[in-house]
Design a protein around this ligand. Structure first.
Ligand SMILES: Cc1cc2nc3c(=O)[nH]c(=O)nc-3n(C[C@H](O)[C@H](O)[C@H](O)COP(=O)(O)O)c2cc1C
Ligand code: SF4
Ligand code: SF4
Length: 423
């Protein structure tokens, strides 16, 4: 069986599954129950000057019948006294010495950073996570994403933290920026041992159309919050991969954002994450979701011959490139497996209205016909087909040698004739 132990920037945990800094990691008893359920690490709910929260504070988005597929919150950092948090961190670490406790922090001045770092390390933290990501409330007070959006401030505060900490420092990055690279590099230049991303995305989750107030409602008002949950995974994967493939970066990454199952975790690891963090899925379903995550990851590693997490980290990064380096002469067409087709015609509608009008109904059978001479291989029919593996995208041996846009634009390579451009 594969060894799931991971070392993320010097923080070692028995498996790569960490609770993200959020309500499930708010107190000692919760984190202890999570460790008993199987979580390898926990990033404690952000500590700072305790705040007063609003009521209500969460919003959920139902997508395709899945409640909470998108989630948003206007909660701030811890509202519990620091002494209580530190005492519980100490007790939890004593009971679970092999599990990783990472303490998330957010304060303002250098003196405050020094004080809270020393207290966190004294309490037994295995690592620190600097919360430069919270996109509501705290940023109005000059913290959270207000820091994460300014590389120079990010670098300066990171360098303070590294100066005062005797344990590894991760910088938690905000997705509320255009390009993640300067922000990851700022953390690196400040001396961070790794980064975590993503924190939540600035958002309005919806509007109460009878009361004329956005959600979540605080009386007759609302405010923008942070978006997370399954719906944000593609954004998070992209940002993780952007840093992982930056040759000037090279720090360990703790991947976060929409991780709901072992497969999501594998995707984050293949795109460069050494550990993964989960918040929304635990809030919706409880700590036990980690059992399937551990089993699934372990089975996946066995079936692919990986014996250690390190062997998987970043395996898919090399195949992620700029669009201009993709092979424009590579071609696929849709093929329908007539024996599994149920004749629903969803693919016909999709191709006719949303793609290239080359999938046609037939009179003698309910199985549609793909006109391969016009099919551009866009995948849309496969995406809408309700029968698994009924439509496959099959490579065409068109005789053309690979040619990218970058090669073509310098005149070095010829492109195959276009399909699907109806006159
Ligand atoms: C209710 C709630 C509270 C959160 N509080 C914090 C926090 O105190 N510190 C922090 O760094 N991130 C906080 N987050 C962000 C999560 O740690 C995580 O980055 C984000 O939710 C994305 O992961 P997910 O898609 O698994 O939820 C919070 C998220 C939620 C939903
Ligand atoms: S792959 Fe695209 S173009 Fe080809 S049949 Fe399917 S929907 Fe039509
Ligand atoms: S969507 Fe799939 S099952 Fe439905 S007609 Fe097309 S190929 Fe057949």
């Amino acid at each position: 069986m594969a060894d799931l132990t991971t070392n993320c920037g010097g923080i070692i945990s028995p498996n790569p599954f960490w609770l993200a800094s959020a309500p499930p990691a708010n107190s000692g008893l919760q984190v202890q129950r999570a460790f008993e359920a199987g979580w390898g690490g926990a990033v404690w709910k952000t500590l700072g000057t305790p705040i007063q929260n609003v009521s209500s504070r969460f919003g959920g988005l139902t997508i395709g019948g899945v409640r909470g597929a998108g989630f948003n919150n206007i909660e701030l950092i811890t509202d519990r006294p620091l002494e209580t948090n530190f005492r519980e961190i100490y007790e939890t670490k004593k009971k679970f010495p092999k599990h990783a406790i990472i303490v998330s922090l957010m304060v303002e001045t250098e003196d405050e950073w020094r004080d809270i770092i020393l207290r966190s390390v004294d309490a037994g933290a295995d690592g620190l996570e600097l919360n430069f990501g919270c996109p509501h409330g705290m940023c109005e007070r000059g913290m959270g994403s207000a820091v994460g959006q300014e590389p120079r401030i990010n670098e300066r505060i990171t360098s303070w933290a590294v100066k005062y900490s005797t344990v590894p420092v991760l910088v938690k990055l905000t997705p509320n920026i255009g390009d993640i690279n300067p922000h990851g590099l700022a953390a690196k230049h400040g001396g961070a041992h790794g980064v975590s991303l993503i924190n939540t995305i600035k958002s309005i989750i919806g509007v109460d159309i009878d009361r004329f107030v956005p959600e979540p409602r605080v009386g007759i008002q609302s405010s923008n919050g942070g978006y997370c949950g399954a719906a944000v995974k593609p954004i998070a994967l992209h940002m993780v991969a952007q840093l992982a493939r930056n040759p000037n970066f090279g720090l360990p990454i703790s991947g976060i954002g929409g991780i709901c199952n072992w497969r999501d975790a594998v995707e984050f690891i293949l795109l460069g994450s050494t550990s993964v963090q989960v918040c929304t899925e635990v809030m919706l379903k409880g700590y036990r979701v980690v059992e399937d995550m551990i089993d699934g990851l372990s089975n996946y590693m066995d079936s692919h011959g990986f014996t250690a997490i390190d062997q998987m980290v970043g395996k898919a990064v090399g195949s992620y490139s700029e669009w201009g380096d993709l092979d424009l002469n590579y071609e696929t067409v849709a093929k329908i497996d007539a024996s599994s087709c149920i004749g629903c015609q969803l693919c016909v509608t999709a191709c006719h209205d949303g793609a290239h009008q080359c999938l046609h109904p037939q009179t003698h059978t309910r199985v549609p016909l793909v006109d391969e001479s016009e099919c551009v291989g866009c995948n849309l029919c496969q995406i809408v087909c309700p029968v698994a593996e009924c439509i496959s995208m099959v490579p065409v041996d068109n005789g053309w040698t690979p040619a990218t846009w970058n090669e073509h634009s310098t005149g070095a390579k010829q492109l195959r004739p276009k399909k699907g451009s109806h006159p």
